[in-house]
Write a new protein. Structure first.
Length: 276
């Protein structure tokens, strides 16, 4: 049977329509509101930071970031049983958000202008400062000025690693994938010190009592934000509201005491949310 020109044209249009649909045409972008309304959230956290974001041997999760993530979810109307935690290494955080693999990230995520070009931030929900972790018998590393020629470990894609590279070029900086790998190298004498934020280091020092210690005063200011899709203004406002409620209700202080408090890290003043 001969196919007439109008029929052939109709078939072509239909084919183009199928291709457009397969490529995502007409799909709505993932937003925090749409995920919350569906009753489920995927939240990025660290899996290897004691007191902040830790995956326990029994598969549960604990830490201050975990408590913040769950509180925010609750304020969004999602029960913690319906929150899926996804590991979010420092170097992968922007990619996870941009690809829509997570709804938001609570993972000691410092707010910086460079990162704000790619993702949005709510917060801050905590303010930390970069410091140093050394073996307990070390006496010659007392702060960043004493790092010249030392083997220092940090994590690829992290603010602390960039700070060292920019400000202390005489340091032998070694970038690992995770801070737990840095701590293992420190315990094995493969490096001389680990650098990241003081609250993170306090958790590792508490994990290895008598073996590791935090030294010196913090030498940066790190505003921890909750990362999310850059264009999700509604979601950012909702999370900012949740952070403010967590602080004013006393839940923020309670979460800190229940998680980080055991490390001996002192309770800081609660931050003021900045509507970025």
């Amino acid at each position: 049977m001969r196919i007439t020109r109008p029929i052939r044209l109709g078939v072509a249009i239909a084919a183009l329509s199928i291709v457009a649909t397969a490529c995502g045409g007409g799909e709505e972008a993932r937003t925090i509101s749409s995920s919350a309304e569906a009753g489920n959230l995927i939240v990025g956290i660290k899996f290897d930071q004691p007191g902040l974001g830790l995956r326990n041997p029994d598969g549960t999760f604990s830490g201050f970031d975990v408590e913040v993530a769950k509180y925010v979810a609750g304020q969004l109307g999602v029960d913690e049983a319906n929150v899926e935690f996804k590991e979010s290494p420092s170097a992968q955080r922007e990619t996870l958000i941009e690809n829509g693999e997570v709804d938001y990230i609570v993972a000691t995520y410092s707010i910086t202008d460079t990162r704000k070009e790619k993702v949005g931030f709510a917060g801050p929900y905590f303010v930390a400062g970069q410091s140093l972790l050394v073996r307990n018998d070390n006496t010659d590393i007392t702060g960043p000025a004493s790092l010249e020629g030392k083997r220092l470990c940090s994590v690829s894609g992290s603010t602390p690693a960039q700070n060292i590279a920019d400000e202390y070029p005489g340091v032998q900086l070694q970038n690992y994938d995770t801070y737990s790998a840095c701590v293992e190298a420190l315990n094995n004498n493969s490096i001389d010190a680990v650098t990241t934020d003081d609250i993170i280091l306090a958790g590792y020092a508490a994990q290895f009592p008598g073996q590791l210690k935090v030294v010196g005063e913090p030498f940066t200011t790190e505003n921890y934000g909750i990362g999310l899709n850059k264009d999700d203004t509604e979601g950012r406002n909702q999370i900012n509201d949740a952070i403010e409620e967590m602080i004013s209700s006393g839940a923020w202080e309670q979460a800190f005491n229940d998680t980080v408090g055991a490390s001996g890290y002192p309770l800081p003043e609660a931050p003021t949310v900045d509507r970025y």
